[in-house]
Write a protein that binds this ligand. Structure first.
Ligand code: HEC
Ligand code: HEC
Ligand code: HEC
Ligand code: HEC
Ligand code: HEC
Length: 177
């Protein structure tokens, strides 16, 4: 009977590993097409979408540091001091600006503390934001497009081990503290 727990764990692992057979389920969490209720309904579909703004106009740290930034209200106010000031969502934005506060945006993408990630390295290696974040320019609300599971990271790293310019690695300590 002592071996039972181990078997249960093994069986669970097999069940969990099963979706790996279909490559799509690696990167797309099916059914996950809505994001959290944000303090301001910021529509990506209008900014990088309709207005064709570059992602890096707002998320400039993504190509310069490990962590990508959420833009400060000052970046928004550059346009919304004048644009659409009669709209309720823009009035919320202006209220944050006047109070000298940032909206408490809710993160959609987060990794556990024991995992390290580095935006700059991935962006410099030529990976488009959309590879990992999906078609953000069409999203009304940003939702989690990738599973963020270890298997998802590894699938891409393994395929690029021998890349002549930007080889990825399977070293545990590159991703774990
Ligand atoms: C380059 C100028 C520019 C910047 C910078 C900008 N916006 Fe906008 N924003 C616009 C324009 C123009 C529209 C209208 C687009 C449309 O309707 O197609 C808009 C639309 C919006 C809307 C929809 C309003 C409504 O009710 O229709 C919201 C909310 C908004 N912006 C918030 C923000 C926030 C928050 C930021 C900063 C993170 C920001 N914007 C940065 C130009 C800008
Ligand atoms: C006008 C500024 C602006 C532009 C341009 C913009 N974003 Fe954003 N982005 C924001 C703001 C504000 C948030 C936080 C609110 C939200 O999640 O919608 C955000 C959130 C995100 C998030 C979720 C971050 C988290 O905390 O988990 C991702 C991913 C993202 N953006 C990717 C992109 C990509 C990819 C593009 C280009 C296709 C882009 N953004 C263009 C302002 C912008
Ligand atoms: C190789 C996959 C990958 C690529 C390419 C990528 N990201 Fe991310 N992004 C992630 C992961 C994973 C996280 C969660 C990081 C964490 O929690 O430490 C994240 C988080 C974010 C966040 C939230 C802030 C943060 O750093 O935790 C923003 C904003 C963001 N990404 C924007 C972008 C933009 C804009 C681009 C393109 C210039 C981009 N990302 C390219 C995987 C990627
Ligand atoms: C779509 C492909 C892709 C995905 C998905 C991806 N990576 Fe990477 N990653 C790469 C490539 C390519 C490099 C090599 C970049 C270079 O050589 O500068 C890299 C490099 C890294 C590095 C820097 C390695 C070093 O030597 O310092 C870390 C850390 C990393 N990845 C962590 C992650 C984590 C954690 C995830 C999942 C949350 C992930 N990656 C998902 C392609 C990917
Ligand atoms: C390319 C990045 C990457 C590499 C390389 C990598 N991991 Fe991970 N690992 C992750 C991510 C992301 C998670 C968190 C998501 C998850 O649990 O699937 C994780 C989770 C884990 C967990 C689960 C921890 C928990 O909370 O349950 C263990 C154990 C682990 N990794 C061990 C390893 C070992 C051992 C190696 C080397 C053989 C390794 N990892 C290599 C990215 C990586």
């Amino acid at each position: 009977m002592k071996r039972l727990p181990a078997l249960v764990v093994l069986a669970a692992a097999v069940v969990l590993a099963a979706p790996i057979a279909s490559p799509q389920s690696f990167s797309v969490e099916l059914g996950h097409t809505t994001g959290p209720e944000q303090p301001i309904h910021f529509p990506h579909v209008k900014h990088p979408g309709a207005l064709r703004m570059n992602c890096l106009y707002c998320h400039y740290a993504a190509e310069k540091s490990e962590v990508a930034n959420i833009p400060a209200v000052s970046i928004c106010i550059g346009c919304h001091k004048m644009a659409l000031t009669d709209r309720p969502e823009i009035q919320k934005l202006t209220a944050y600006w006047n109070a000298g506060r940032e909206p408490p945006w809710i993160h959609v993408y987060t990794l556990p503390d024991h995992v390290k990630f580095n935006h700059m390295r991935h962006v410099k290696a030529g990976l488009a934001c959309q590879t990992c974040h999906g078609p953000v320019q069409t999203m009304q609300v940003v939702y989690r497009y990738s599973s963020l599971k270890m298997g998802w990271c590894i699938e891409c790293h393994r395929a690029r081990l021998k890349d002549p310019l930007y080889p990825a690695t399977m070293d545990c300590f590159v991703c774990h503290h």
